[in-house]
Design a protein around this ligand. Structure first.
Ligand code: 2M8
Length: 448
């Protein structure tokens, strides 16, 4: 492709193509995250997918989230992968995870043993909005669904607070970079440097690099050894969360997840008030949201204003500047002056205002930072879902013009109709997988 982009499609054609991607990736049981690279259900992908599906087929959108939550662990965790279909099609598959023996695992379904960002309440609220605008029958159906899934969402949020807020930072902690959704982001380079894969790491063969045409668009083998070693540690702990959090060689307060958690708690509180849920649970959500928001604000770097992750093993802030530094813009709560600084940084030539970007969508790492790699996964490319999240948050915060601009930029990036997993920021070349479901889903939401 040499970085050349095909023509951009007209809106109606783009929407039709996006709808077809979701249909084609539907196995009948789940909509896979991508055709070959990710042939199962991923937790946060499923949330975005259901938002896009709400425009096409409300019962299917609802079924998707119901399938995910049927795999919820008995302690409340929503697993990051729900395996369906050919279990050997992806590595690590369920045998490697070894979750079948986990005391807290779900019954009758095989899953991974970690979680992903809590964006599900956001999806449920969005589905409700779409359904309400569609008609009385859709409205009734979506409300029935919202009421029935609410307790499961609450217990998922409760799990994050009970098990994943160790120490005093108030940040939600992750025990594996995969939990962040931004697998090989430079955010995790320092904590991963301290992860030493033991000689007992069972041998394995990666499948991802055989599927993606150019392996340098994926994480390295050294990174994969660490990813697999952390799984080995958890598996030995029987996925006992207390033990995992106590002993895992990777434990990091994730500021992006914490911001998403804060705003998801707000959303869940709104839904819960509407559905007449118990006052004590609503009070919990208000309390969790405020603590999370406070933790995000407290992480902001005194000079740049950017929010920071915290290495909870080494007890230090992680200063690497990535898209996650803009977390306070998602959830609010930082002082006005910090927020203004972040907004002008986002608009500057270091981020969306960079003169060479094809579309003003924030890249995963600033093109001006050392270590920025325009083709490698979470180390530089633009991710349409991340743009969707910021656009959604800006709309919610009443920044309509900003939200509109981000939507237009997202559509410019994805207008080639390839539905790339991620994009080269200067040429707009789609990278990683194509026909990626969550990309198709956010495009559908942007178009409507
Ligand atoms: C990517 O992560 C998986 C592991 O979970 C992988 O690389 O194999 C990430 O981009 C993650 O955020 C995403 O949910 C997943 C499926 O799209 O792919």
């Amino acid at each position: 492709s040499g970085g050349r982009r095909p023509a951009r499609y007209a809106r109606a054609t783009l929407a039709a193509r996006a709808a077809r991607v979701l249909r084609d990736n539907d196995t009948g049981t789940v909509i896979t995250a991508a055709p070959r690279l990710y042939p199962h259900m991923w937790s946060w992908d499923a949330a975005f997918i259901s938002v896009g599906l709400a425009r096409l087929d409300l019962p299917r959108a609802i079924a998707e989230l119901e399938t995910l939550f049927r795999a919820q662990w008995r302690n409340g965790m929503v697993p990051h992968i729900v395996f369906t279909g050919d279990e050997d099609a992806y590595f690590p598959g369920p045998d490697r995870w070894g979750t079948d023996a986990a005391a807290d695992g779900p019954r009758g379904v095989r899953t991974s043993g970690i979680c992903q960002p809590p964006v599900h309440a956001i999806a449920v609220q969005r589905i409700l909005e779409v359904a309400r605008a569609s008609g009385p029958q859709e409205r009734a159906e979506a409300e029935r669904f919202g009421r029935s899934i609410w307790p499961a969402l609450y217990s998922w949020h409760r799990w994050l607070v009970e098990y994943r807020t160790p120490g005093h930072s108030g940040l939600i902690a992750i025990v594996h970079g995969w939990e962040s959704g931004m697998d090989n982001s430079p955010r995790w380079d320092l904590p991963y440097a301290a992860v030493r894969p033991g000689a007992e790491l069972p041998p394995y063969v990666r499948k991802d690099v055989r599927i993606v045409g150019d392996p340098s668009e994926r994480p390295t083998d050294q990174e994969y050894d660490r990813y697999l070693w952390l799984i080995e540690e958890m598996r030995r702990a029987g996925y006992d969360q207390r033990e995992v959090v106590r002993n895992s060689s990777f434990l990091v307060g994730d500021v992006f997840i914490t911001a998403l958690f804060a705003v998801s708690c707000d959303v869940l509180l709104e839904l819960g008030s509407e559905f007449g849920r118990p006052a004590s649970q609503l009070a919990d959500l208000a309390d969790w949201a405020s603590r999370a928001r406070h933790a995000v604000a407290a992480s902001c770097h005194p000079v740049s204003g950017m929010a920071r992750d915290r290495d909870l093993r080494a007890n230090r802030w992680l200063d690497t500047q990535t898209i996650a530094g803009f977390a306070p813009l998602l959830c609010g709560g930082a002082p006005d002056e910090v927020q203004l600084r972040l907004l002008s940084l986002l608009d500057s030539d270091r981020w969306c205002g960079h003169p060479d970007l094809l579309a003003p969508v924030p890249p995963s790492v600033s093109p001006m930072r050392p270590g920025f790699n325009p083709r490698q996964y979470w180390r530089g490319p633009q991710w349409p879902v991340v743009a969707w999240l910021f656009g959604w948050a800006f709309e919610r915060r009443g920044w309509h013009e900003r939200a509109r601009e981000l939507r237009a930029a997202g559509l410019r990036l994805t207008g080639d109709g390839a539905f790339g997993e991620y994009y080269e920021p200067f040429t707009g070349e789609p990278l990683g997988s194509t026909d990626q479901s969550w990309t198709a889903a956010v495009v559908l939401d942007w178009l409507c």
